[in-house]
Design a protein around this ligand. Structure first.
Ligand SMILES: *[C@@H]1O[C@H](CO)[C@@H](O)[C@H](O)[C@H]1NC(C)=O
Ligand SMILES: *[C@@H]1O[C@H](CO)[C@@H](O)[C@H](O)[C@H]1NC(C)=O
Ligand SMILES: *[C@@H]1O[C@H](CO)[C@@H](O)[C@H](O)[C@H]1NC(C)=O
Ligand SMILES: *[C@@H]1O[C@H](CO)[C@@H](O)[C@H](O)[C@H]1NC(C)=O
Ligand SMILES: *[C@@H]1O[C@H](CO)[C@@H](O)[C@H](O)[C@H]1NC(C)=O
Length: 505
């Protein structure tokens, strides 16, 4: 009998999209509710013949990836905004979009019944979900763990004889990553350590002002590689390795959670003499190194300083940064970074809302304004050479945790274990409008705009599709026309506060 229902569910999956079941928590927007037997999903519509396009719309009013078909026209209507597509002017190539496999995410996903948990992973990684192709993995504990720990908390264990993974890896992170990888074989992982074991550090603590002691530079590089060895044993290879999460927190210790400071020259020295050579000699020689992994306000000077070490620069493939101060840090710092180091790709590796003291609601269920923050930042990043955008925790509880430091924040999916259900927030759909339609190796193309009342960005995919994302941030509807010299015009009405992904061949 059970098998029959399973087959029925699989058949429904294969057959059609399932609509959102909305719920309004009174925060200016809605969530979509999923449980063990139901979750909304979006099958891509067949892309019609030349001369027509498909559009997916989400809006504050409650549309969620709602598909409609349309036809090109050659009539020239006057619009509020006119956009000109130029396929011959190209920019960066895309690595992808994703979220983080934190201990907290694993604990929350496992707190649900198996069928419900599966729906979370399907929502993010499957074909009918968001098709995330990047997953960030903390190496041992972060603040989104239930306690402070590293993989070797044995003072003086310089041979790393007692190095071991924990229950958090074996019970939560690894099974979840394996399942996600089965759903999307194209999924790539990027790892980051929050701190070395305290005994390797100047302050002998997980938190606060402290640096790696130079005598342990090599031991710590081996610690990182050992993590990769053990995860590889579970079929989980790391595509990229960060130099460490937010080194500024170990220099200006205001956050109070797991962190380790690096000066730019210290980081350069460690990458050049230890991390780079140790990874190159290991079976993970294809794993690329991402430098920095910290707030945009340190760009570009931090990496410029670090890269004065030419060997460190040579070992570094990309520059990672976080979104937290994007409201006050102008995007030209990213452009400057790109200008100085055009051969290093840029990637945004952590974003969440609710971290600021003035954001009283850590979790603000259904708030469209938070989805809008994601949309705006992703668009702006993509317009400034950024090749990937990775959300923070894949799932949190209704408090915005667990987090041992009580540094609670919001997440795209919030879990309610008591009712065995979860809530897909506007942030979830904000990301899906990009992640689902812009596959790896898509190239951004020029889309110039007359009028500035909407946000827009365009791509050409490896399958030769054009993907255009538009956001109308106004509280009134707008009329937009996209002009494609070869195919004609796309004439669109954009409802208030709505995001649109337009796809055509
Ligand atoms: C799950 O959600 C569906 C759709 O909203 C609903 O019909 C069903 O009753 C829910 N199941 C439970 C156990 O709440
Ligand atoms: C619009 O005009 C272009 C160029 O003349 C033509 O190639 C295209 O097929 C036309 N599109 C439509 C929808 O009529
Ligand atoms: C659900 O159960 C199956 C079979 O035991 C297992 O392979 C899968 O990982 C479980 N899914 C989740 C999300 O825990
Ligand atoms: C490893 O752990 C064991 C058991 O806790 C302990 O007795 C031993 O001293 C540790 N070894 C090192 C090198 O720390
Ligand atoms: C940079 O890396 C390449 C390839 O690994 C190597 O041949 C070259 O010597 C390196 N240059 C420096 C300055 O380290």
């Amino acid at each position: 009998m059970q098998r029959f229902y399973l087959l029925l569910i699989l058949w429904i999956y294969a057959a059609e999209s399932l609509p959102c079941v909305p719920r309004d928590f009174g925060n200016g927007g809605t969530v979509c509710v999923c449980n063990a037997t139901y979750c909304d999903s979006t099958r891509e519509l067949e892309i019609p013949e030349k001369g027509s396009f498909v559009r997916y719309t989400s809006s504050k009013d409650g549309l969620r990836l709602d598909p409609t078909k349309g036809a090109f026209t050659n009539e020239s209507a006057t619009a509020d905004v006119t956009l000109h597509l130029d396929l011959h002017t190209t920019f960066q190539s895309i690595h992808g979009f994703g979220g983080a496999f934190t201990d907290a995410a694993g604990i929350n996903i496992k707190s649900l019944r198996n069928a419900t948990a599966e729906y979370i992973l399907r929502s993010y990684f499957s074909e009918e979900g968001s098709r995330y192709n990047l997953g960030r993995v903390p190496i041992a504990g972060s603040d989104f763990s239930t306690r402070e720990y590293t993989y070797d908390d044995y003072k003086g264990d310089t041979q790393l004889q007692n190095f071991s993974l924990t229950e958090d890896d074996l019970k939560y992170k690894i099974p979840m990553m394996q399942e996600a990888l089965r759903m999307n074989p194209d999924l790539k992982f990027l790892a980051a350590s929050w701190t070395a074991p305290p005994w390797m550090k100047t302050n002998n603590a997980y938190t606060g002002f402290g640096f790696l002691r130079e005598e342990y530079y090599q031991v710590y590089a081996e610690y990182i590689v050992k993590f990769m060895d053990l995860y590889k044993g579970y079929g989980l290879d790391m595509w990229a390795m960060s130099t460490g999460n937010e080194p500024s927190n170990g220099i200006i210790p205001v956050t109070g959670f797991n962190s380790m400071g690096w000066t730019p020259s210290g980081m350069g020295k460690w990458v050049a003499n230890n991390l780079g050579p140790t990874i190159s000699r290991s079976k993970h020689k294809d794993t690329v190194i991402l430098a920095y992994d910290d707030q945009t306000f340190g760009l570009p000077w931090y990496v410029s300083d670090m890269f004065s070490n030419k060997v460190a620069k040579n070992y570094t493939a990309g520059i990672a940064f976080h979104w937290y101060w994007d409201n006050i840090v102008p995007s030209w710092v990213i452009d400057r970074t790109r200008y100085h180091f055009p051969e290093k790709f840029l990637i945004m590796t952590e974003a969440s809302v609710g971290d600021k003291p003035w954001q009283f609601k850590k979790v603000d269920l259904g708030a469209w304004s938070r989805g809008e923050m994601y949309i705006t930042d992703i668009m702006e990043n993509l317009q400034h050479w950024v090749t990937g955008w990775v959300d923070w925790n894949l799932a949190l509880d209704q408090q915005g945790g667990p987090n041992w430091k009580r540094n609670f924040v919001d997440a795209a999916i919030i879990v309610n274990a008591k009712n065995d259900e979860f809530y897909k927030q506007p942030m979830f759909y904000a990301l899906a409008h990009f992640s689902k339609f812009i596959p790896r190796k898509s190239v951004r193309v020029k889309l110039s705009q007359e009028g500035s009342s909407i946000n827009s960005v365009a791509f050409k995919t490896p399958q030769n599709r054009i993907v255009i994302v538009l956001y109308n941030p106004l509280t009134k509807k707008q009329h937009a026309v996209i002009r494609d010299q070869e195919r004609g015009n796309i004439d669109l009405q954009l409802p208030p506060k709505s995001i649109h992904t337009i796809v055509y061949k």
